[in-house]
Ligand binder design. Structure first.
Ligand code: AMP
Length: 431
């Protein structure tokens, strides 16, 4: 899917109220932000709008709170059914318990700390509304002057957000004259604030989404060659769509991580107690055959770091892929494979990488992921790193500035690489 969408620079924003969907889903510990990377990432779009005289209404989700606004009495349909199945005398207490949970989540997932940090970064231009589309938000939006912003409360406090409720989308849209989506990490979801609002307002993308779609779109449509894709992570089943789509486009496909063991089994090797999806073995064979038919080089590990059990401190050793003992499990690629993969990455024109080569959270099984990060950083290729564990490894090792692009959305970038339509982008105006 290639997108050519209008951006904030293609639309007049001076003096206009502009609703901006950001990704402020930042990590918090006891109400304190532990990384403001996502807030910093959103600044170019917000600054452009403020500098160009817009009145900016910012919105975002944070975590997965229990929603407050729901049918009947603050309950979702499922909860309502559960409560109503209880004996009559227990129903009131069950409802109250759920409501209390929702109110607790309201404290836990408030965007107030984000508003405070934004206000520091933007010289006091940002206020916070304690509701989403309620009286406080309405008053603060009405009072906005050109060059000022208000962050409204967590859109997921309202159950209509994730259901893409038309009335909620309309209420959000009524605040503004223009809608800007800059939340790439949520663009694969058709929610009210990520897609629904675009039914009621002219909609364009911010700089973050623009960068994601231009770099990834170019890599898929017209890549500098050789084009190498590296896929890792736990399961084949999560990545089938990506493998299928990328086989059509790449010159080399590298498979590591837990998903490699299903391919080993497809080759007739014993995988011991490694992760293996028995019901995907035939599919693995088909994918290998498809790669062969297309002339795509298909690389899987030739050796592995294996452990006795799934434990950080388990005894570990290296074996070849056709020699995994029946009571051991593969937890990382081995040294020969690191070299094999690094050689395939060297000289690439474009590299796309999604997913770790092993259980990279554990230091004894992080070597493969680190080696791939190093090889990609040193390759000189256009390098695109999917979110999640691969992005974390790149950042931890200090290679972030050597990469062309580190995606701001793991799930969304995977769906993009699968060739799926992303609702939060498809809804924006074409150039
Ligand atoms: P994903 O979210 O699909 O990218 O998968 C990431 C997860 O895969 C990480 O939490 C890793 O610990 C896990 N993983 C990678 N390799 C293996 C392996 N060989 N065995 C078990 N888990 C693995």
């Amino acid at each position: 899917m290639t997108y050519n969408k209008k951006t904030i620079e293609d639309i007049d924003v001076a003096g206009k109220k502009v609703l901006v969907r950001c990704d402020f889903n930042v990590p918090l510990k006891d109400g304190v932000i532990t990384s403001d990377k996502r807030i910093i990432g959103a600044l170019p779009t917000i600054k452009y709008l403020l500098d160009n005289g817009a009145k900016v209404i910012l919105c975002s989700h944070m975590g997965k709170p229990h929603s407050i606004f729901t049918e009947g009495f603050g309950l979702t349909k499922k909860e309502k059914a559960k409560v109503e199945a209880l004996p009559a005398e227990e129903q009131a207490a069950a409802k109250a318990e759920l409501l209390t949970k929702a109110l607790d989540d309201k404290k836990k997932f408030t965007l107030k700390p984000v508003a405070d940090r934004l206000n520091e970064l933007l010289d006091g231009k940002v206020t916070f509304a304690e509701d989403i589309v309620g009286p406080d938000a309405q008053a603060k939006v009405a009072a906005l002057k050109a060059g000022e912003a208000v962050l409204i409360e967590n859109v997921r406090f309202d159950a209509r957000e994730t259901k893409n409720g038309a009335d909620f989308a309309k209420e959000l849209a009524s605040f503004a004259e223009v809608y800007v989506n800059d939340a790439f990490g949520s663009a694969h979801r058709a929610h009210a604030s990520t897609a629904g609002v675009a039914d009621y307002l002219p909609a364009v993308c911010g700089y973050l989404i623009q960068k994601e779609i231009s770099i990834m779109g170019k890599a898929l449509a017209d890549p500098a060659r050789p084009f190498v894709a590296i896929l890792g992570g736990a399961k084949v089943s999560d990545k089938i769509g990506v493998i299928n789509n990328l086989i059509e486009k790449v010159d080399t496909l590298i498979i590591g991580g837990g998903m490699a063991y299903t391919f080993f089994k497809a080759n007739g090797h014993d995988v011991g107690t490694s992760l293996c999806e028995e019901d995907k073995i035939d599919l693995a064979k088909e994918l290998v055959a498809k790669a062969e038919a297309k002339g795509v080089k298909f690389l899987i590990p030739v050796d592995n770091r294996i452990g006795r059990e799934y434990d950080e401190n388990t005894e570990c050793k290296v074996t070849d892929s056709d020699n995994i003992p029946s009571d051991w499990m593969g937890l990382d690629i081995g040294p020969k494979t690191e070299e094999l993969f690094a050689n395939a990455i060297k000289g690439a024109g474009t590299v796309v990488w999604n997913g770790p080569m092993g259980v990279s959270e554990w230091k004894n099984f992080a070597s493969g992921t680190n080696a791939v990060a190093k090889a990609v950083a040193e390759s000189g290729a256009i390098s695109i790193i999917g979110g999640g564990d691969s992005a974390a490894a790149v950042e931890k090792l200090g290679y972030a500035d050597k990469m062309t692009h580190i995606s701001t959305g793991g799930g969304a970038s995977l769906e993009f690489l699968e060739g799926k339509t992303l609702p939060g982008i498809a809804c924006l105006l074409d150039k």
